[in-house]
Ligand binder design. Sequence first.
Ligand SMILES: Cc1ncc(COP(=O)(O)O)c(C=O)c1O
Length: 347
Amino acid sequence: MEIIDLRSDTVTLPSDEMREAACDAELGDDVFGEDPTVNRLQELSAELMGKEAALLVSSGTMGNLVCVLTHCGRGEEVILGNISHMFLNECGSMATVGGVHPHTIPNQPDGTMRIGEIDAAIRGDNDHWPRTRLISLENTHNRCFGAPLSPEYMSSVAELANRHRLKIHLDGARIFNAVVALGVDAKEFTRHVDSVSFCLSKGLSAPIGSVVCGTREFIAEARRNRKLLGGGMRQAGIIAAPGLVALDKMIARLAEDHENACRLAEGIAEIPGLSIDLSQVKTNIIYFDVVNERITVEQIRVGLEKRGIKALPTGPARFRMVTHYGIEADDIDRTIVMLKEIMTGET
Ligand SMILES: Cc1ncc(COP(=O)(O)O)c(C=O)c1O
C-alpha cells in the first residue's frame, strides 16, 4: 500500500536531481570556508534574502538558536509568540543554552502578535528586569495554519523595533510559502528584519539544512556560534548541492501544495463530525477539529494509518495535515474518502 504521509513537509524526500547534485558536488572543508558548493549556496541565499551574507546550518532549530545567541547575551530577552515554534518546539534552547529569557505574547490566529502588546512587553531600564534585545517573528506561522505574515505587518513591527533600538529575527522556516501565497519577493519580508533563518528541508524538499542570513558582521559572529554548537561541518557541499537545486526548482511548485491544502480542507469541511475554519487556509498547513464525541483522535489516527494515511494529532481533539512535494491531488481525494469512511463508522 502506498503511504500518504501528511504529518509534515519535513517528510519530503529529495528529488533525483538533488541526489545527483549531492553525488557530483564539488567539495572542500567548509570550516576553512573552502567548500565551493556551500559558498555558492550561501551567496545565492544572501542574494535571495537581500542580505550581505549567509551561513549554512544543519537545521531550522540550529538556525534560530545561532541567531538568538548572536543577537543576545545572557540575561537578555526575546519577545516572541506564545505558540511560535521557537518557544514551543526547540527544547527551550535560548534559555538552556544561551541564558536568554523568552517573553511570550499571544499569537493571534493569523500568526501576528498585536503591536500594542509587543510595545507593552518591551522593558524599560530597571535593575529587576531582563533587558529586551530582540523581537522574533515566524513566517509562515506553523501553529497558526501556516499563516503568512504580510510585509505591511512586518513593517509595523520594524517601526516599533527601530523606535526601541531592538533587533528583529525572522524564523522563516517556510518563508517561500509566504512568498508564493502573497506573490511578493522574499526581500519584501526580510528588509524589515536583522536576521532570517529559512529551511531547505521542508517544502523545498532538500534532505538537510537551513540558511541564516544577515549583515557580514552578524554572519561572522553567527559562524562562531555555529561552531560553539558543534555545527561546523566539513565537506558540507553534499548538503548544499541539493539545497541549490531546492532554491532553483522547488519554490514555484509550492503553489501546488497550497492548492492541495485547499482541496483537502474543503473536503474535510464536508465531513460530519469534523470542523475546519476554511478562512484560515492560506498555505500548506491545515488543522481540523474532531467534534463528534463518539470517536477519539487516536481512533481516527489508527483508522487512517490502517488505510495508509499518516496525520499528526496536535491536541486532544485536533489534527494537523501538511501538503508537500510527493502529495498529489489524487492522494488528497483518497484521504478525504478515507476520513469520511472512518467518521461514518466503517472500520
Ligand atoms: C516554523 C518552524 N521553525 C523552525 C523549525 C525547526 O526546523 P528543524 O526541524 O529543521 O530544526 C520548524 C520545524 O518544523 C518550524 O516549523
